[in-house]
Design a protein around this ligand. Structure first.
Ligand SMILES: C[S@@+](CC[C@H](N)C(=O)[O-])C[C@H]1O[C@@H](n2cnc3c(N)ncnc32)[C@H](O)[C@@H]1O
Length: 270
């Protein structure tokens, strides 16, 4: 399996856990029916589809991503949903969007602008705002926290204190660049009504196979290669609790419970 195939699979497997939370965030935005928007860094188009459903048959959503492989896959997903007339996809870079000023009524970017380590947040949010008409909205959604190891807060804190654990943030970077400072980016760019809202998702035993697979994909996404940074004791505890081949794999605990948050930062173009 190539890296791209693995990433596509991870996004798909993870989606059942993520989708209700994303739907709640989209609903809270109140996108006008019939409006035209951009999903910047759309991945395989799973959220592009939700955005298209939110604006209805008179609206239109453009999904943009830097990866042509993801876009090909996204086109298939949208065609399968019968929404190809309402959605189009375009290859491009969020740092230099291939659109005129004020092209869209709104722009949405989930776990891309403001999140991906390689994207300088202020200039990328400015670029999103450039393509939105005055009065339109700019929203970024980020994965902001989680509790996945019930009963093991110290182990989880130490996992989250590793380099993979704080990713996409990087130790030593300016605090201003952390996504939790996004209100400051919106303010400094002159976006009106800057707002931050938090959306919570959860899962508890008995887990469906779908949610169990999604949580397993999440463990792999949150703590890839974490073992090398752990003490021998923590490495043993991680192996015992977080790896599916272990008899004590925590997702098999009869009282398993987890929650996570996504944070949405939004503002209006002046
Ligand atoms: C974590 S995925 C999120 C995908 C989707 N928005 C979601 O939440 O399911 C990040 C996406 O951003 C895209 N991306 C990263 N850098 C980009 C750039 N400079 N321009 C456009 N897309 C970019 C990646 O190809 C990937 O599809």
């Amino acid at each position: 399996m190539t890296d791209t195939d693995a990433y596509i699979r991870a996004l798909e497997v993870f989606n059942p856990l993520m989708e209700p939370t994303v739907c709640a965030a989209i609903q809270a935005l109140g996108l006008p029916s019939g409006s035209r928007g951009l999903d910047a860094g759309c991945g395989i188009g799973l959220q592009t589809l939700l955005l298209a459903e939110a604006v209805g048959p008179a609206g239109h959503v453009t999904g943009l991503d830097i990866s042509p492989e993801f876009l090909t896959y996204a086109e298939g997903i949208v065609a399968e949903a019968g929404l190809s007339d309402l959605v189009s996809f375009q290859e491009g870079d969020v740092r230099k969007l291939p659109f005129e000023d004020s092209t869209f009524d709104w722009v949405w970017s989930s776990c891309c602008v403001g999140y991906a380590a390689a994207l300088e947040p202020l200039s990328s949010v400015r670029e999103l705002a450039r393509v939105v008409r005055p009065g339109g909205s700019v929203a970024i959604l980020v994965w902001s926290s989680e509790r996945l190891l019930p009963g093991y807060p110290l182990l989880e804190a130490r996992l989250n204190g590793t380099a993979p654990g704080i990713a996409p943030f990087v130790a030593g970077k300016s605090p201003e660049l952390h996504f939790s400072r996004a209100l400051g980016w919106f303010r400094s760019l002159g976006l009106e009504e800057p707002a931050a809202r938090t959306f919570v998702g959860d899962a508890h035993a008995p887990l469906t196979d779908e949610v169990r697979d999604a949580l397993l994909a999440l463990f792999e996404m949150r703590w890839p290669g974490v073992e090398s940074e752990l003490s021998p004791e923590d490495r043993a505890a991680y192996g015992r609790l977080c790896l599916p081949e272990s008899p004590d794999f925590i997702l098999d605990h009869p009282d398993y419970y987890a929650f996570f948050t996504c944070s949405m930062f939004s503002g209006r173009v002046a």
